[in-house]
Write a protein that binds this ligand. Structure first.
Ligand SMILES: Nc1nc2c(c(=O)[nH]1)N[C@H]1C(S)=C(S)[C@@H](COP(=O)(O)O)O[C@H]1N2
Ligand SMILES: [Mo]
Length: 201
C-alpha cells in the first residue's frame, strides 16, 4: 500500500495515486533517443498507413493537419523511472486517421514506424477509442524536434518508449510483431501499472 499524503496536504494524496510503482515525479522533460535526432521539414513530411506490406493511404503535412484535431492532457511514464503529470497535447487521434482512410480493423496489432528507423508495437485496442494520437503540439506549441517534432505517437497509458517520435506511419500486422526496444529486452506491452519493463516482467 502506497503511503497517502506523501506529497503533503496541499498537493493532495491523489498525486501519489497517479504515480505507478517504481516511478518518481519530474518537472522537466528528459529527452531520450536511441540515435541522432532527425530533422524532418514539414514540406517533406509524409505519413503512411499500411495493412501488412500494402500502403492504403498517404497524407502530406497539410492533408494530415486538415484531419480533426483533439486535445488530451495526460500523465506520462518512462521506463527509466520518471513520470510527468498533466502533459497537454494536441493532435489527431488514431480513430480519425483510420476513419479518413476508411479502415476499421483489418488486424488487432499495429507497428509504428519512424524517420530514424525506430519502431514500436502497440495493439489496436490501445491505439483506438481515443486512447492515443499522433501529436503535433505540446503545451500549445509545435512539438519540439528533440521530443519528436513535427509529429510523434502518444500512447500515454503505456511506458513512454511506445510513444514513437518522428513517426511516419502505422502498419497493421497479422501478429504482434516486436519493435526496436521490444526486440532488445523491453516488454512487448509495457503497462506501467503492472511494471512491465522487461521481456519477462
Ligand atoms: N523514433 C524514436 N522514438 C522514440 C525513441 C527513439 O529513440 N526514436 N525513444 C523512445 C523512448 S525509449 C522514450 S523514453 C521516449 C522519450 O521521449 P522524449 O525524448 O520526448 O522524452 O521516446 C520514445 N520514442
Ligand atoms: Mo525510454
Amino acid at each position: 500500500m502506497v503511503t497517502r499524503g506523501f506529497f503533503g496536504r496541499n498537493s493532495g494524496g491523489e498525486k501519489a495515486d497517479r504515480i505507478p510503482p517504481g516511478q518518481h515525479l519530474v518537472e522537466h522533460w528528459p529527452v531520450l533517443t536511441a540515435g541522432p535526432t532527425p530533422r524532418i521539414e514539414t514540406a517533406d513530411w509524409k505519413f503512411t498507413l499500411k495493412i501488412g506490406p500494402r500502403p492504403v493511404k498517404v497524407w502530406n503535412w497539410s492533408e494530415f493537419n486538415a484531419l480533426p484535431k483533439t486535445k488530451m492532457t495526460r500523465d506520462i511514464h518512462c521506463v527509466t523511472t520518471w513520470s510527468k503529470l498533466n502533459t497537454a497535447w494536441e493532435g489527431v487521434i488514431i480513430d480519425d486517421i483510420l476513419a479518413d482512410a476508411g479502415v476499421e480493423r483489418p488486424t488487432d496489432f499495429m507497428l509504428a514506424h519512424c524517420y530514424d528507423g525506430y519502431s514500436t508495437n502497440v495493439p489496436l485496442a490501445d491505439l483506438a477509442s481515443g486512447k492515443a494520437m499522433v501529436a503535433l503540439n505540446y503545451e500549445g506549441q509545435p512539438l519540439q524536434r528533440d521530443h519528436g517534432g513535427p509529429a510523434r505517437l502518444l500512447v500515454p497509458h503505456l511506458y513512454f518508449w511506445k510513444s514513437a517520435k518522428w513517426i511516419n506511419g502505422l502498419q497493421f500486422t497479422e501478429r504482434d510483431e516486436l519493435g526496436f526496444w521490444e526486440l532488445r529486452g523491453y516488454h512487448k506491452y509495457g503497462d506501467p501499472w503492472r511494471e512491465q519493463r522487461y521481456t519477462n516482467d
